[in-house]
Design a protein. Structure first.
Lengths: 309, 160
């Protein structure tokens, strides 16, 4: 993972980071043209400078020069922007190790569709963390004694992807053997490179990456016949329809969604209907109160709190 | 008499060798542009249909066999910072080398539509260079050995 960062970032920045930071605590690197580089280190934002991280901007801060972000994106695409243009149009780019680059720049439209993004001006490099057994505490409520449709609710950066990945690993590694299908739309759950998952997602897990959930649900249920489908970041009506159809087919679903709590979920378009139908049997609420991955609560299908911690 | 014969033979041989060198140089130049065009065509088809990465296309091209372009491809692959990319001149003129450098630096820096448009422009320019190189090879390639031979003979006679 560190090597992937070294390949794309300017050498001065890498040197400073190597000297002063523990990569295990590094969650995000934010670059904005003509602005200082910021890092999310241990859940808090700091300014990166030659001599370490600081809470304020001083003369030693690394200022992102013009064209630097462009260079990073080109390097991240392995000098092949044309090959990853679909990801770029969707506003992100995933590189080896599951590192996701969120992109900001000028959108080029063509016939009502995003053709590409040019003149990149912002970059949010999100560094994934593989924390084995972090899902052990909720594993029992989601899988034992029988598998339950589970929705992980968390604001951005609170560890839902890490939790989902570990849940996949545990579910795919425990007896009795279950077939898991991991729908990795943004290639950050398993971080597949050249057909090999770089992050541990279990022994009986099939992975479909870089495709929409709609397509994956439609084609993979018949083709791969999974017991559990795992997918990240539900968004929009089409994702919910796909989930509903999968659960009606008898397949169990573990998914995640951006929200602060279950009240926010009910206010989201389409989710009220899902809640009414009791499609999800477990709701796990995460927050960053005590650092990413803090468990706030677990609810059942009727939103009654389950005491598991 | 023997000395005269030797001087004329040596100067003829030197002239022929110079002609051969010149002829080989012309052939090498023509081959260079032929392989550059071949690489361009490979890029265009790979980008349009398979979206293969730049490095994979270059590796596939190199697997096809040894070409005069391979030295420049290796220089591009080995370069870590493209702002300081240096291509060896070899048989190219300065302006030709700059054009080839621009081509390498343009690879993978835009979406497929823009990239293909850029490649088509390069194809036009390289096609002109290819035609010129081929014409020169046809015109002077075989003639240069004979001319070198005759020039050597003339120099030998003048020397005597």
């Amino acid at each position: 993972m560190q090597t992937s960062l070294e390949k794309i970032l300017p050498s001065k920045v890498v040197l400073a980071m190597k000297k002063c930071l523990n990569f295990e605590k590094l969650y995000e690197i934010r670059l904005r043209t003509n602005k200082p580089i910021m890092v999310n280190y241990g859940g808090k934002y700091f300014v990166l400078s030659t001599f370490g991280i600081k809470e304020t901007i001083d003369d030693d801060a690394f200022i992102v020069g013009e064209g630097v972000i462009n260079d990073i994106v080109v390097k991240a695409s392995d000098y092949s922007l044309y090959a990853v243009n679909e990801q770029i149009c969707a506003g992100y780019l995933t590189i080896r190790g599951g590192i996701r680059l969120g992109l900001g720049g000028e959108i080029v439209w063509d016939g009502g569709k995003v053709k590409t993004v040019k003149n990149f001006s912002s970059l949010n490099i999100r560094v994934p963390h593989e924390i084995k057994n972090c899902a052990k505490r909720v594993f029992n409520v989601s899988v034992e004694p029988q598998i339950k449709n589970t929705l992980i609710i968390s604001p951005p950066g609170a560890g839902k992807t890490t939790l989902l990945r570990d849940l996949a690993r545990l579910a795919a590694s425990n007896a009795p053997i279950k077939n898991i299908l991991l729908i990795d739309e943004r290639n950050e759950l398993a971080a597949v490179a050249n057909g090999v998952a770089q992050l541990d997602v279990g022994t009986s897990t099939d992975i479909i990456s870089n495709c929409s959930k709609e397509y994956a649900f439609e084609s993979a249920i018949r083709a791969l016949r999974p017991d559990i489908i795992i997918c990240d970041e539900l968004f929009g009506q089409s994702d919910l329809v796909a989930i509903e159809e999968a659960t009606l087919s008898g397949v169990k679903v573990f998914a995640s969604v951006h929200a602060s709590n279950h009240h926010d979920i009910l206010a989201k378009k389409g989710f009220e209907n899902i809640a009414k139908k009791r499609l999800f049997e477990r709701y796990i609420i995460l927050s960053s109160k005590h650092g990413p991955g803090t468990y706030d609560a677990v609810y059942d299908e009727n939103f009654n709190k389950i005491h598991v911690f | 008499m023997i000395t005269t014969f030797l001087i004329i033979t040596i100067s003829m041989a030197l002239g022929a060798m110079a002609g051969l060198y010149f002829s080989k140089r012309l052939t090498k130049r023509a081959n260079y542009f032929d392989s550059l065009m071949e690489l361009l065509n490979l890029f265009m088809s790979e980008m349009k249909f398979k979206k293969t990465t730049t490095k994979q296309v270059l590796a596939e091209f190199q697997d096809r066999g040894k070409t005069p372009l391979n030295i420049n491809i290796n220089e591009y692959i080995d370069c870590n910072d493209f702002s300081s990319l240096k291509l060896s001149k070899g048989i190219l003129t300065d302006s030709e080398r700059n054009e080839v450098k621009k081509f390498f630096l343009s690879l993978g820096t835009s979406d497929s539509h823009t990239q293909i448009f850029e490649l088509e422009n390069f194809r036009e320019r390289f096609s002109q260079m290819q035609n010129q190189a081929q014409e020169k090879r046809k015109k002077y390639g075989s003639m240069s050995i004979k001319l070198g031979f005759l020039a050597g003979l003339a120099v030998g006679i003048i020397f005597i």
